[in-house]
Design a protein around this ligand. Structure first.
Ligand SMILES: Cc1cc2nc3c(=O)[nH]c(=O)nc-3n(C[C@H](O)[C@H](O)[C@H](O)COP(=O)(O)O)c2cc1C
Length: 256
């Protein structure tokens, strides 16, 4: 059983590749959260995986909360449990943070897959240039195959790029970011550019966007900062304050 969350499609693609290769089933963490579904039954010998993007050198808070609430009827100490984190650069202490949220469910393996960057809300952060994006996507294909082989063989391995100063990133910067920068208060929609297509509301994984009488988006305060609304707006009408006006946009398009 593979529990997955994705903002802009990178982690969804990884989860789908793994499910196809390992002949496993997928559970969408956002949908399960909205449906308050936290109890799952594993088949005999079934492994469990968590696939998600790194958000500020840790799992998205939504994933941590889901992991904390997770109840697996048939979990035993021999159940193989792994995580795969997609990231623009590095993971910091993502493994340790997820392990803490999982409590008695023990991670046996952890992998990171570098993919195109989606974080654009602070100065100095932008999407990758076209060449880098292409190189990362190309490398990700073979990386995911290698990860799938390792999972199929149930290897106990921690194979993640923690990056430099992981402790400072995950234990100092991350808490500040989670407290102050992971909310929807700064999202803006330019009403003169918005085409009122409603895709932002339809596609928000947490159903956090409603449309007002004019058909422009209103954020409702239950946001996990996945940035899907910003990156997928076909009119580029959605911004995070003014910080993203000149930044690029990205979402995963499977070129096969
Ligand atoms: C709010 C936010 C925070 C992020 N923080 C990190 C980070 O700490 N390290 C990193 O390498 N990438 C970071 N990224 C980039 C994503 O982890 C990366 O682009 C990921 O593949 C996106 O996956 P998705 O398309 O499934 O959402 C961040 C992205 C967002 C939206």
């Amino acid at each position: 059983m593979i529990f997955w969350f994705s903002g802009t499609g990178n982690s969804q693609w990884v989860a789908q590749q793994l499910a196809a290769t390992l002949n496993d089933t997928l559970v969408d963490i956002a949908q399960a959260t909205l449906g308050q579904q936290h109890k799952f039954t594993l088949k005999p010998g079934e492994s469990i995986g968590f696939v998600f993007p790194v958000h500020s050198w840790g799992p998205p808070p939504l994933v941590c909360k889901f992991a904390q609430a997770l109840q697996l009827d048939t979990y035993t100490s021999s159940t193989h449990c792994y995580m795969v984190a997609t990231c623009g650069d590095d993971t910091g202490l993502t493994v340790e943070i997820l392990q803490k949220s999982l409590g008695s469910i023990k991670l046996n393996a952890a992998f990171s897959v570098q993919m195109p960057n989606t974080y654009v809300c602070l100065p100095g952060f932008d999407v990758d240039d076209y060449a880098t994006e292409g190189q990362k996507l190309m490398a990700a294909k073979s990386r995911v195959e290698k990860v799938a082989t390792s999972i199929a063989e149930r290897r106990n391995v921690i194979d993640v790029v923690r990056g430099s100063m992981p402790w400072a990133k995950s234990r100092i910067i991350r808490p500040l970011f989670v407290a102050g920068g992971m909310n929807d208060r700064n999202f803006r929609c330019d009403a003169s550019t918005c085409t009122h297509c409603g895709k932002c509301a339809q596609q928000c994984p947490l159903r956090n966007i409603t449309l007002n009488a004019q058909g422009t988006p209103q954020w409702q305060g239950n946001c996990t900062m996945c940035l899907r609304c910003l990156h997928k707006c076909p009119a580029r009408a959605i911004n995070y304050g003014t910080a993203t006006v000149k930044k690029g946009r990205y979402y995963f398009k499977d070129k096969k």
